[in-house]
Design a protein around this ligand. Structure first.
Ligand SMILES: [Zn+2]
Length: 366
């Protein structure tokens, strides 16, 4: 998932209230405490304020906008989409709600709704270059997808270039079906929604995901794989496929609050049975990052630093899996619900100090 909304919320709302119409300029911001809560990062409180306020003023599009925003931050995409649809149904000239509806629909994998909403937003805000560029990117992504063949099963919908990628598509499908059960068992989570998996050429992958050049795959609500160069070897393709599936299943269990090192660590640890590489990377590297510095994704790191970050996260996940055993799923749910990491560890009877000490020992800290 990209950067979540939530910063500068109030400034944005004040701007939109002023910009909407001369009449709106005199309006007060509805439920200011709700927006303040969003700005403070307390989306649950914001959601409850907007819900209460909507009972008193069920026709207010700004309240639906706030409710949709809060639901999105909470990872409740369906609720966010229905609140934002309501906002733009009541007030069709509401570019911010249309843009956010586009963003949530895109995150939920509904690119048609995303494009339709953003087209309307761009019409209403023709000078917003960021919106126009976003629309352009989504249109070209959609055009790429329309040119692809599709293999749809119960759990996975795989898009690939018919002909040249037929064998790859079949292989990816087999790997996913097998891994679904083993990873599901480890994480105690079996997503029921169909997951979209798209095979790209390396060039398409870079264009669409804007990932660093070292990335071979990504997950943002769908699994995207670059199958051109780096993943030509079947073994490395299988690893990346499983790696991204772990991200998808973790995100299904805990749509937010999972620190980067935990997401990447679990994905790297569960992607294969080969765990020697992380030791080798740590031995070669002079630096180790504290896990607390690895709470965001690794997309901003260069190739070498990213490798170290993956290696130490992988070792942390290995320690965690051994200590948590069958309670790993419960632990992830707790962290996903916003419980502090140490509290979630204690709840599954893992001493946080013991976890950190074992991790430190395995990466060679003294
Ligand atoms: Zn990853």
């Amino acid at each position: 998932m990209g950067a979540l909304p939530g910063v500068r919320v109030l400034a944005c709302v004040l701007a939109l209230m002023g910009a909407a119409s001369p009449a709106a300029a005199q309006r007060e911001v509805p439920a200011p405490e709700g927006w303040a809560a969003l700005q403070d990062g307390d989306a649950a409180k914001a959601a409850s304020i907007f819900r209460q306020e909507l009972e008193r003023r069920p026709g207010d599009p700004y309240l639906y906008f706030g409710a949709g925003w809060a639901a999105y931050v909470l990872g409740r995409q369906d609720a966010a989409i229905s609140a934002l649809k309501k906002a733009v149904e009541i007030e069709p000239r509401f570019p911010q709600a249309l843009a956010m509806l586009g963003e949530v629909a895109y995150a939920a994998g509904d690119i048609d709704l995303a494009i339709r909403s953003l087209e309307k937003a761009v019409k209403l805000s023709p000078r917003d270059r960021r919106l126009a560029q976003q629309l352009e990117r989504w249109r070209s992504e959609s055009a790429v997808h329309e040119s692809l063949a599709e293999k749809t099963g119960v759990r996975f919908r795989i898009l690939y270039e018919g002909g040249t990628q037929q064998a790859l598509g079949d292989r990816v499908s087999r790997v996913l079906e097998n891994a679904y059960w083993t990873i599901g068992k480890t994480l105690n989570s079996y997503p029921s929604e169909t997951l979209t998996v798209i095979l790209y050429t390396d060039r398409q992958f870079q264009d669409i995901t804007r990932s660093p050049a070292w990335a071979g795959g990504g997950y943002d609500g769908r699994i995207r794989l670059a199958v051109g160069g780096a993943l030509k070897s079947p073994a490395s393709l299988d690893r990346v496929v499983v790696h991204e599936l772990v991200h998808a299943i973790v995100a299904n269990t805990a749509p937010r609050n999972i620190p980067g090192w935990l997401h990447e660590g679990l994905a790297s640890y569960l992607e294969s049975n080969d765990h020697a590489w992380s030791r080798a990377v740590i031995r070669r590297s002079g630096t180790v990052y504290p896990l607390e510095e690895l709470t965001d994704g690794f997309g901003g790191l260069d190739r070498d630093s990213a490798l170290v970050a993956y290696a130490e996260s992988e070792i942390a996940a290995e320690v965690l899996c051994a200590m948590a055993g069958p309670n790993l799923g419960v632990f992830l749910q707790m962290v996903g619900n916003g419980d502090p990491l140490d509290q979630a560890l204690l709840a599954i009877r893992v001493q946080p100090d013991a976890f950190r000490a074992e991790w430190g020992k395995r990466i060679g800290l003294r």
